[in-house]
Design a protein around this ligand. Structure first.
Ligand code: NAP
Length: 313
C-alpha cells in the first residue's frame, strides 16, 4: 500500500518473472507503461536454475540460465520496468481496475499479464518430501555440487531428466537414470549424449516406490513395471525430473483453466477476462521453451498495450 494506505494504481502488472514475464515487461516498458513485475519466489523462474541453455537464439556457445535471466532483467529495467520482490496472494477480477494483493502491498491494475510458470511434479512416494534437502532434489544446477564423486539416481525420460543427468556427470561419479518405459521421451541430441556418456547408466521399465528415511538418502526401492519384481538401488542422491504442473492455484475460479490446470488463452494471449493475459508455461502445456515463453510474453504485452490504447486508459 502507499503511504495513504491506498492501493498502488498501475497500467500493467505482471505476475511472475520468468522469460515470459520479463519479455512482457520489456515490451511494456518500451511503450512507456512503467510495468511492475512481481517476481514470485525467485527472479527468473525455472530457467534461472538451468545449467546451460543451448537453444535460445543469439548465443552460439550457449548461456547459463542464470546469465540469460540476468540479461532479460537488465534489459527490462533499462526501459523503466519496476521489479518488486513479492508474491501475489489474492486477485479480484470482478471490476476494473483489477485488484491484486501481495504479501506487503496492494495494486489496482488496468491490465495484468499472468506468467506464474510451472513447478516440478513430485513422485509422491514415501519419504520423498521428507528427504528434500537430505539427498532428494528437483534441481541439479542448485544441488549437484553436493554430490561430488558420489552416485546419484535421476528419474524421468524427458529432456529435463537427460539434460540434468548430463549436468550431474560434472560432479557425480555415476548417474543412474531410472525410467518407467524402455524408450526415452527426450529429443535425439540429448538422448545420444546421455546414452554415450560413460558415467550414465539406464534402468528401464522401472519406477521408484520408496526412498529410505533417515539422515540422508542412501537407497531407493524400485519395482519393474512389467514383472513387478522389486529391487533397490544404493545411491547418495535422488534427482526427480518428471514434468511440471502450472502455478495457477491463485486463479482457480477467477480465470478459465483447462483440465490440467493451465490457463486457457486465445491466439492473442487473452484469458476469459478482458485485459488479463497469460503467457509462458502457465498457459502452455505444449512447447515450454524459453523462446516460446518469451514470445508469448511479448505477444501478451503487445495485446495489453493495444487494449490500453483502445480503452484510453
Ligand atoms: P516431459 O517431457 O513431460 O517428460 C517427463 C518424463 O517423466 C517422461 O519421460 C515421463 O515418462 C516421466 N514421468 C512422468 N511422470 C512420471 C512418474 N509419475 N513416474 C516416473 N516417471 C514419470 O517433461 P520435461 O522433461 O520436464 O520437459 C518438459 C518440456 O520442456 C518438454 O517439452 C521438453 O522438450 C522441454 N525441455 C526442453 C529442453 C531442451 O530443449 N534442452 C530441456 C528441458 C525441457 P513417459 O516418457 O513414460 O511419459
Amino acid at each position: 500500500m502507499t503511504e495513504e494506505n491506498t492501493p498502488r494504481r498501475v497500467k500493467m502488472l505482471i505476475i511472475g518473472s520468468g522469460p515470459a514475464g520479463l519479455a512482457a515487461a520489456l515490451y511494456a516498458a518500451r511503450a512507456n507503461l512503467n510495468p511492475i513485475v512481481l517476481t514470485g519466489m525467485d527472479l527468473g523462474g525455472q530457467v534461472s536454475k538451468t545449467h546451460a541453455v543451448e537453444n535460445y537464439p543469439g548465443f552460439p556457445e550457449g548461456i547459463s540460465g542464470e546469465g540469460l535471466v540476468k540479461s532479460f532483467h537488465e534489459q527490462a529495467v533499462r526501459f523503466g520496468t519496476e521489479i518488486i520482490y513479492d508474491i501475489a496472494t489474492e486477485v479480484d477480477f470482478s471490476e476494473q481496475p483489477y485488484r491484486v494483493k501481495t504479501y506487503s502491498d496492494e495494486f489496482l491494475a488496468d491490465t495484468l499479464i499472468v506468467t506464474t510458470g510451472a513447478a516440478a511434479v513430485t513422485l509422491d512416494i514415501p519419504n520423498e518430501v521428507e528427504m528434500i534437502g537430505r539427498g532428494v532434489s528437483y534441481c541439479a544446477t542448485c544441488d549437484g555440487h553436493f554430490f561430488k564423486d558420489m552416485d546419484v539416481v535421476v528419474v524421468g525420460g524427458g529432456d529435463s531428466a537427460l539434460e540434468e543427468a548430463l549436468y550431474l556427470t560434472h560432479h557425480a561419479s555415476k548417474v543412474t537414470i531410472v525410467h518407467r518405459r524402455d524408450e526415452l521421451r527426450a529429443g535425439s541430441i540429448l538422448k545420444k549424449r546421455a546414452e554415450e556418456h560413460p558415467k550414465i547408466d539406464f534402468v528401464w521399465d522401472t519406477v521408484l516406490t520408496e526412498v529410505n528415511a533417515g539422515e540422508k538418502v542412501a537407497s531407493v526401492k524400485t519395482a519393474h513395471v512389467k514383472t513387478g519384481a522389486e529391487s533397490a538401488i544404493q545411491t547418495d542422491g535422488l534427482f526427480i525430473f518428471i514434468g511440471h504442473t502450472p502455478n495457477t492455484e491463485l486463479f482457480e475460479g477467477k480465470l478459465t483453466l483447462d483440465d490440467r490446470g493451465y490457463i486457457v488463452v486465445d491466439g492473442l494471449m487473452q484469458t476469459n477476462v478482458k485485459g488479463v493475459y497469460a503467457a509462458g508455461e502457465v498457459a502452455d502445456p505444449h512447447f515450454r521453451q524459453v523462446i516460446t515463453s518469451a514470445g508469448m510474453g511479448a505477444g501478451a504485452a503487445i495485446q495489453a498495450i493495444r487494449y490500453i490504447e483502445e480503452k484510453g486508459l
